[in-house]
Design a protein around this ligand. Structure first.
Ligand code: SF4
Length: 767
């Protein structure tokens, strides 16, 4: 039965094309002929051509079929947007194929407080912000400037919608699943697929169902669902899965609470996480001025059941969590899956000899700065105030957006926080991403902090590898700062008030949404809803900049068998951090030549066991990138040999871009991390694995490697995984013939021939 899913024009680009999605879902359903989970419905309805994708298949295709998807929207944060946009610019398009937004949040420090930190950060990063803004103007992208808020909070407030499929150039993009979207974190080259309207490829993920029963109460919060789940699954447990929540426990969760849960699905390696449509999602859409979208979502769900799993659909695995008995958890240090229930935390601190005193408490960030979070925190701070008690350690608050900042100010929470001596930082990432300019602890000093953030890798917050970051709910962080003692349990332990009397905090309470409505704050932050591209805009890149440089397209494949010199053999673990170090190098994310000076500086040379050392033909030793540059200048293409799981860690695309830029044409290893292997293919580097791992030992640095039947493989486009015959010639002339495996699909062969995926897309657009 046809239903009216139309929305007023100003909501059109923010509403998923429900009617078209339903039609494609029907095609998928006819072929696969089985009930779908919610995640499958959203994904399969975004498949470009379900009839082609699923032809000849039946039943469960998860983990098998590559899906070509058309995402509805793209969001980019300032650090990763630079390379995404530089690549997009080489494709020769005059505007983006889907709506997109840029968010300036990662490059802003947390130190003195919002006003001065923002001013200083804008001054330091002016050329990057100017570049991003000029791209936004030129291509019709929404620009959310420094101070407007953190990417995921702004996406939740403005763009996330039930049934939407979006990509974001940040690993916590799944936050949008709190509003029933499928939102996936990707690298810049993947974002360019969507920005250019090129189908984006993803192997159909398996689906993990998390059944929630019961109801949260007291000190337990949505954060505890995910910190507990991280303990159960570990940091790898969600790899290859979408996590889909279901069960009666879902109904009582707030939309922002569900976003917190989805946000940290990234910590268990999940592709993304999502929730079925609930009344709280509807309330949140209405509260954030999107009532027509709420109406359309409700209609498509009520009449077609689009936003929930089909009856009888099956999950690949199921985890059950009873919210009624779930207690607060504290995770860390140094890994988000080391999960301890609050009741056992004090003894665990002692057993592990972790610092017994807390040094700071930080709340907010993209993970936990909702109105509900802030109102519940305010209820704790207010209780302490009434008792005449002050925090024992510094207390920092990072609002997730200008809307949150203005609303909590309007509702009096900010005054409550400031009255307790808290420092309210800019609406930005700040201390969550190493931009915490900390004065109270020196580098190397062991100390413990509690945060409501999502990640706690070493040195992530203040650059100090000896700062132990424990992740928990904002409510527990706040109670802890009044004790200063890591063993404090606010549920059972009393504090002494200003009159010397003992008191126990009452459990926190607060409102899901502001009774007086959300305030938008400084309207200057709000971009136009559907900005038109201004073609005449000059993109701001100074030719003398050391932070930004326009990209030159990589050379296309020359059509000949490859003949490469072995630059080095990497020994042992080689993550994307070893290949493309972060830290101070982040400054150069928009300047490929400068950031390439970090290529493989963390890698160990198998022959000498030295880090960042490679040797030229005459025995002269160089830093690894130095030798790459030398060989590039000499016109000598090279290959690096490596061991298992090469490129594990993140989707950092510079780990593929930099080797390619320095004339690396092949990585030959024992096995790859999947995302990195794909990134190499996208940049025109040929990733191969040894058919027989012992061949790794038979080849040395400065040997020559040749492909013998690469051309045949390239001609058999679409042949899928197969073998390439290789010849290694040592410096004394000994030859060794062996086989290497490839996993190149037809599309990836096209990328390789064109020189890179971006070249290929650019060629298509210009044709
Ligand atoms: Fe990433 Fe932290 Fe910023 Fe969230 S607040 S987007 S986790 S850096």
């Amino acid at each position: 039965e046809p239903i009216d899913l139309s929305v007023p024009p100003e909501f059109k680009t923010r509403t998923p094309p429900y009617a078209a999605l339903l039609a494609r879902l029907e095609q998928a359903r006819k072929i696969l002929d089985r009930p779908f989970t919610l995640a499958e419905k959203i994904l399969y309805s975004h498949v470009v051509d379900p009839e082609e994708a699923f032809a000849g298949k039946n039943g469960n295709i998860r983990g098998e079929v590559y899906l070509k998807l058309n995402p509805d929207r793209v969001a980019m944060q300032d650090a990763s947007a630079q390379m995404a946009l530089l690549q997009f610019m080489t494709c020769g398009m005059s505007n983006t194929a889907v709506p997109a937004s840029i968010h300036c949040d990662h490059l802003i420090v947390g130190h003195d407080g919002a006003e001065s930190d923002l001013k200083a950060s804008i001054a330091t990063n002016k050329e990057v912000f100017d570049f991003l803004q000029s791209c936004a103007l030129k291509y019709g992208i929404q620009f959310w400037g420094p101070g407007s808020g953190i990417i995921h909070q702004i996406v939740l407030e403005n763009f996330s919608v039930p049934g939407l499929m979006m990509l974001g150039t940040d690993s916590h993009t799944p936050n949008a699943g709190g509003l029933g979207a499928i939102a996936i974190g990707v690298g810049g080259a993947d974002a360019v697929d969507a920005l250019t309207g090129t189908p984006w490829e993803l192997k159909a993920p398996k689906i993990m169902g998390v059944k929630l029963t019961g109801k949260l109460s007291g000190w337990s919060t949505p954060k505890d669902v995910i910190t507990h789940l991280a303990g159960l699954l570990t940091v790898r447990g969600g790899t290859g899965f979408i996590i889909e929540y279901f069960g009666e426990g879902v109904e009582a969760l707030s939309c922002t609470g569900m976003a917190t849960i989805c946000n940290m699905g990234a910590e268990v390696g999940a592709t993304t996480s999502t929730f079925p449509y609930t009344d709280s999602m509807k309330r949140y859409l209405v509260a954030t001025r999107r009532e027509p979208i709420a109406k359309a979502a409700t209609a498509v769900n009520n009449l077609h059941g689009f936003l929930k799993a089909d009856e009888g659909s099956e999950y690949d695995s199921i985890v059950e969590i009873d919210l009624s008995t779930l207690e607060p958890h504290i995770n860390g240090p140094f890994t988000p899956d080391l999960s301890t229930p609050l009741s056992r935390f004090g003894e665990t601190v002692k057993e592990n000899k972790w610092p017994e005193k807390l040094s700071a408490g930080l709340i907010g960030s993209c993970t936990n700065s909702s109105y509900q979070d802030m109102s519940r925190v305010a209820s704790i701070v207010q209780q302490a105030k009434e008792r005449g008690v002050k925090p024992k350690v510094p207390f920092f608050i990072t609002p997730g957006s200008e809307q949150i900042r203005a609303t909590i100010e309007n509702d009096g929470f900010t005054d409550i926080f400031l009255g307790a001596g808290a420092k309210v930082l800019a609406n930005a990432c700040g201390p969550c991403i190493g931009q915490w300019a900390r004065d109270d602890v020196t580098k190397g000093e062991a100390n413990a902090i509690m945060t409501s953030f999502n990640r706690n890798f070493r040195a992530r917050n203040d650059g100090n590898p000896d700062t132990m970051n424990f992740l928990t709910s904002p409510e527990i962080v706040t109670a802890m700062i009044y004790s200063g003692d890591m063993g404090f349990n606010p549920i059972t332990d009393k504090l002494i008030d200003a009159n010397g009397n003992e008191f126990l905090f009452a459990p926190p309470h607060g409102d899901e949404l502001p009774t007086n409505g959300f305030k938008q704050g400084d309207l200057n932050y709000l971009p136009e809803i559907d900005p038109a591209p201004i073609l005449s805009t000059e993109v701001a890149v100074s030719p003398t900049s050391d932070r930004l440089a326009l990209l030159e397209p990589f050379e296309p494949f020359d059509g000949k068998e490859m003949k490469l010199s072995v630059l080095m053999k990497v020994k042992g673990k080689c993550t994307t951090d070893h290949i493309s170090a972060a830290g101070a190098w982040l400054k150069y994310k928009g300047h490929l030549e400068n950031i390439s000076n970090n290529t493989l500086i963390g890698a160990m040379n198998e022959e000498t066991e030295e880090v960042n050392k490679a040797y030229d033909f005459d025995g002269t030793g160089y830093g690894i990138p130095e030798l790459m540059i030398k060989w590039k200048d000499e016109g000598r293409p090279w290959v690096v040999l490596a061991e298992h799981n090469y490129g594990e860690g993140s989707a950092r695309e510079h780990a593929a871009l930099s080797p390619r830029f320095l004339n690396g044409r092949m990585i030959l290893c024992k096995s790859f991390a999947r995302i990195h292997e794909t990134n190499l293919k996208k940049q025109g580097v040929l990733p191969l694995t040894f058919a027989d791992e012992s061949d790794y030992d038979k080849i040395k640095s400065c040997d020559t490697l040749e492909t013998l039947d690469l051309l045949q493989m390239l001609e058999n486009e679409g042949a899928g995984p197969g073998f390439i015959t290789m010849k290694a010639t040592s410096r004394d002339g000994t030859e060794h013939i062996f086989k290497a495996k490839h996993t190149m699909s037809k599309d990836q062969i096209d990328f390789f021939k064109a020189g890179s995926a971006i070249n290929y897309i650019g060629n298509l657009r210009r044709a």
